[in-house]
Ligand binder design. Sequence first.
Ligand code: SAM
Length: 249
Amino acid sequence: MAEKTGTLYGIGVGPGDPELITLKALKILRQVPWIFAAASSKNTYSIALNIVRSHLNGAGIENLPFPMTRDPDLLAAAWEQNARRVLAVLEAGWDAAFITLGDPLTYSTFGYLLKTLKQLKPDLKVVTIPGVTSYSAAAAACQTPLSEGEESFYVVSGALGAARLREALARTDTVVILKTYRHFPEIYRTLADLNLLECAVCISRVGLEGETVVRDLRELAGRPLPYLSMIIVKKPKQREGEPPVPATG
Ligand SMILES: C[S@@+](CC[C@H](N)C(=O)[O-])C[C@H]1O[C@@H](n2cnc3c(N)ncnc32)[C@H](O)[C@@H]1O
């Protein structure tokens, strides 16, 4: 073990466009000798790595495999193994970066890594560099303000189920639904039931090849969405005397 343990930088590389990386992230990516990226255990593809590849200058690159499963035991075991690997590099005295899509503390694998590393070594030095979130880039792509004045917005997972999606829609002005991919049919039905299809826009692969902005969700009915897709629902302003969007039915 080296005398001094290295620092881990958790870096958000933005949602896709390589120009949406912060100057700070870029500086660190060009300084660190080792870069980790999360990849599925089935292949070595990392979207985050593809985004930064053109910016790198010689750092070693290592994919950390994580299984596409919801089994908490399998996930915990994979994260412990990944955290131990990261720790081994840091304890050899090297600084390292862990790159993630968008922001590292928004629905990101970095959260799991951070938690596991802090359990293994509570005094580990970790610096987190925020990134442009996917929904900021999506709002920009469709020029839809997420909130104005006293409005508020929720960011939810598409996997939360119809009942909780209705609750979210009833409680706030704008709802951003991430992780829509496999859940699109249920989301579509919920929005249709609430007469909100016309207030929704679906943004896929923002900043990446094949970016699309679909303002009429009916065009997408029955079709698979690209993996990187989200839906922004901006509710119409309630006029006096009108009932709010119901939470049920
Ligand atoms: C695991 S979350 C990652 C969120 C990311 N950390 C962030 O800050 O935006 C993955 C979800 O983010 C959304 N997403 C990420 N990048 C995207 C992109 N370029 N275009 C559209 N949606 C994207 C999709 O909803 C996808 O299912």
